[in-house]
Design a protein around this ligand. Sequence first.
Ligand code: ZN
Length: 293
Amino acid sequence: MRINRVLILGIDALEYDLVEKWDLRNLKQEEYGKTELPLLPNQEPATVIIWPCFITGKIPKEMGFSTIHVFPQPIQRVVEVAYPRVRKYLIDYNAKDITEKKKGKQSYLDKFANWLNKIGLTHPPSKSDIISDTLFDTIPNSIHFHVPVYDNDAFPAYRKKVVDAIENPAHRPILEIQCLQEFKQRTKEVFEWLERKDEWDLFMQYFFVLDAVQHVFYNNPKKIAKFYIMFDEFVGKVRERIDDDTLLLIVSDHGQKKGIHTNYGFYSVNKPLGLKNPKLIDFRWIIEELIGR
Ligand SMILES: [Zn+2]
């Protein structure tokens, strides 16, 4: 098996159990499964922590941060030591759905964290908070779009409106249109760069849309299925257009059920790699080895 190129489709919140339930063959590819995430005990996976772990191949502490808001260094290093010890007293992760979660201790912690952000003590993580190198550093011909934290434009402008639309049903139709727009624009980018495949060895595209859809329409499986099928058809078209020497990796940072992130991810590949319950942070090293760095 000769691999010269790797195409990564990072699909936020792609849920293993739903891919299985609806038997989405294109998403499953030749090999698929759950991944183990770099989490503290009982931690709900956070998008802004897991994706940087994926591209660095490191656990949060070694990647740079395990909190969703970050203090300036060297304070964050102290937080990294203290946080795993105190968080079990701060968080209850037994909520069954998103409404219950909002009533729990987590909501007070979120409010406190937002306040720290507001007064400028912390900030949302950005590229400079990632203290490890990434697979984009070791593979020179890399192209990446919208990767959370790493790329500035990772999250679409409507991300803030997701929270709003969960509470206010009147805002949901607009949000759905924005989700469709994101899907259209980002799939278009993939097809454009597939035409220009001589210009890259590694290409990663990230999609936020499924996370948004599953938060807002968490009690509407038909709506969720519509978006899953869109992704499945998109992957089918991608699979037709890639060469035999290209590894297609589909990967998620967590799944989602009833609006709550599940504590495992999804992966699939178009070549049998024989992986058994891989860790999400293994993929950086697998990719580097496959394309010979
Ligand atoms: Zn996510």
